[in-house]
Design a protein around this ligand. Structure first.
Ligand SMILES: NC(=O)C1=CN([C@@H]2O[C@H](COP(=O)(O)OP(=O)(O)OC[C@H]3O[C@@H](n4cnc5c(N)ncnc54)[C@H](OP(=O)(O)O)[C@@H]3O)[C@@H](O)[C@H]2O)C=CC1
Ligand SMILES: Nc1nc(=O)c2c([nH]1)NC[C@@H]1CN(c3ccc(C(=O)N[C@@H](CCC(=O)O)C(=O)O)cc3)C=[N+]21
Length: 367
């Protein structure tokens, strides 16, 4: 019963948010050329975050943060994902505390880690540490590389049924012998904080529909753009990569924010000619130094999702991460660039905490 009310409230919230955003979009002078059309003809992007984050998902890409003075929207050349993520995480922590004090519940995240890939171990460690710092409960199921699909399903079903768990993440990539599609299909839709369930992805891609969760990395990229004051409406955006978990959802999100989006992938001929016309380049290819200065238009904004581990015995864990972008070259020509590390990566984790909190709020009808 309580659950039904909570879901109804959440639905109402989305609708109210949608209507509010519609009004804002239609009344914005920048969009007045649309005003003669009927509202239903306009692709409106409703807010995607129902956490009490700033109203940053508005269709006009302008953002408003009730906790920050407007002067905080500054454009520096290096987009500092680490500090933006820290700010979001501390606000999640405040909300978690408020939830605990008022209803005696905290959000819970379960992570399923299969095998011992070095990078996966680091990411999972970081996610669990971030949960602890935000007051979110975490549970880790570690399975050996050679585990059977059934073992994964058992762990998944246990978390699906556990009322103290509001988010479930199956760390990818999985070992070769496991069927990723089959496994991700089993994650409860209401706990799919990664947003990888086909129904969440489908709703993200369809006009007029709302996913319960938006994938963390794509959401983090948009958050970085919006918080850095980058205008998206009507801009030419190029996304490099079309994977289900990064490239595709990023392109869908940019489209929801009214960018004109081109997708570049491994079979694209002459990608450089396409990227050098873009106002915004989001790259998620996993190819170190793919993006040279000749690939960029002067003044472009560059979001580097790529994280390639490169052997480095002098680094703490024996490797360091490099992005897709030749950072020094990009700095010379772009108006803003995200670094690797310290750009999109920390935002992915911050968005995971947001989605987990959001999930718990939705379940308990807590606002
Ligand atoms: N910072 C973060 O939080 C995260 C970072 N990542 C990183 O982002 C990168 C991409 O991840 P993911 O999407 O999972 O990787 P995938 O390998 O699944 O996808 C890579 C995509 O890039 C395309 N691609 C590969 N090489 C080229 C090229 N030379 N030119 C143009 N396109 C190319 C591929 O094209 P095609 O489809 O034709 O094969 C594919 O669509 C990786 O480095 C990963 O580590 C991933 C998740 C989160
Ligand atoms: N189900 C699932 N969901 C994911 O979101 C997911 C995944 N599987 N598999 C792997 C990719 C990769 N990913 C990153 C998360 C954080 C950083 C991150 O925090 N990076 C830090 C550095 C990390 C470090 O090395 O210490 C940075 O860029 O500054 C990077 C990458 C999430 N992924």
């Amino acid at each position: 019963m309580m659950r039904t009310t909570a879901v109804k409230n959440a639905t109402r919230k989305v609708l109210v948010g949608w209507a509010k955003e519609s009004r804002r979009y239609l009344s914005s002078p920048a969009n007045c050329k649309h005003n003669h059309r009927s509202q239903s003809q306009i692709l409106l992007s409703p807010p995607l975050v129902s956490l009490d984050l700033p109203e940053i998902w508005g269709s006009d890409s302008s953002h408003f943060d009730p906790h920050q003075p407007p002067s905080s929207i500054t454009r520096s050349k290096v987009i500092d994902g680490k500090s933006i993520a820290e700010e979001i995480r501390s606000r999640v922590a405040v909300d978690v505390k408020r939830m605990k004090e008022s209803i005696g519940k905290v959000p819970g995240l379960a992570v399923i880690l299969i095998g011992r890939r070095r990078d996966s171990l680091t990411y999972v460690r970081n996610k669990i540490k971030a949960c602890e710092e935000a007051g979110i409960k975490s549970a880790l199921a570690e399975l050996p590389d050679c585990c059977a699909e059934e073992d994964v399903m058992t762990a998944l079903l246990k978390f699906n049924e556990d009322p103290s768990i509001h988010g479930i993440l199956v760390q990818l990539p999985l070992p070769e012998h496991l069927d990723e599609e089959k496994i991700l299909n089993v994650v409860s839709l209401e706990k799919d904080v990664d947003g990888f369930h086909p129904l969440n992805m489908g709703n993200l891609s369809m006009r007029g529909r709302e996913p319960l969760f938006v994938p963390c990395t794509p959401k983090g990229c948009l958050e970085l753009l919006i918080r850095s004051g980058v205008e998206i409406v009507g801009k030419k955006a190029v996304v490099i990569g079309r994977s289900n978990i990064v490239g595709l959802p990023i392109s869908l999100l940019l489209q929801r924010h009214h960018a004109t989006v081109t997708i570049v992938h491994a079979c694209t001929r002459n990608p450089e000619r396409i990227t050098c016309e873009a106002d915004i380049v989001v790259t998620a290819a996993g190819v170190p130094n793919l993006i040279r200065s000749s690939w960029l238009k002067p003044g472009a904004v560059v979001i580097d999702v790529g994280t390639c581990p490169i052997e480095d015995p002098s680094a703490e864990y024996g490797y360091r991460l490099v992005g897709d972008v030749c950072f020094e070259e990009a700095l010379r020509i772009a108006s803003a660039v995200t670094p690797v590390p310290g750009g999109v990566g920390p935002m992915t984790i911050a968005m995971l905490l947001c989605n987990t909190l959001d999930s718990a709020k939705r379940l308990y009808g807590f606002t």
